[in-house]
Design a protein around this ligand. Structure first.
Ligand SMILES: [Zn+2]
Length: 132
C-alpha cells in the first residue's frame, strides 16, 4: 500500500532513519538518523514516535547558539566602534534600549541591523556619514 506524501502528493513515503538538515538564519545543522516516513520526492518527513521532539529540540539548540553568537558579535563590534549602547540604538533604530536588549538576548535584531554593523566593522569610516 502506498503511503502518499501529503506535502507534494507525489512521493511514496519510505519508513527509514535518515539525516535531516535544519536551518536557522542561514546557519545549518544536521539531525542524525531521524526515524520516520521520508518522502523521496520532496524530502518531507513524518516523524515516528517522539522524533518530532528530538527535531524541535535540535532546532531550539541551534537557535539559541546562533542567537547567542549574534548577540556577542553585536556587542563586540559596538565596542570596537567605540559606541555606547544608546548611540548604537540611535543608529540601528528600535528605541533607546534596543541595543542592550539585543546584546543580552532579550530581543532579536532584524537581519538589516546585523548586516549594518558587520559593514561598519569593515568600513568604520562610514560611521562619520551616519553621525553627520
Ligand atoms: Zn513529498
Amino acid at each position: 500500500m502506498k503511503h502518499l506524501c501529503l506535502n507534494c502528493e507525489k512521493g511514496d513515503m519510505v519508513r527509514t532513519k535518515k539525516d535531516s538538515e535544519i536551518e536557522y538564519r542561514g546557519h545549518r545543522a544536521i539531525v542524525r538518523a531521524l526515524d520516520g516516513w521520508h518522502c523521496p520526492e520532496c524530502g518531507e518527513v513524518e516523524f515516528a514516535g517522539k522524533e518530532g521532539v528530538r527535531y524541535a529540540e535540535a532546532l531550539e539548540k541551534l537557535r539559541l547558539k546562533i542567537d547567542a553568537e549574534e548577540s556577542a558579535e553585536l556587542a563586540r563590534i559596538r565596542k570596537k566602534l567605540k559606541l555606547s549602547q544608546r548611540r548604537a540604538a540611535a543608529i540601528a533604530g528600535g528605541g533607546v534600549n534596543a541595543f542592550s536588549r539585543y546584546e543580552n538576548g532579550k530581543a532579536r535584531p532584524v537581519a538589516a541591523v546585523v548586516n549594518l554593523f558587520r559593514l561598519l566593522e569593515k568600513h568604520p569610516e562610514l560611521l562619520d556619514e551616519i553621525a553627520a
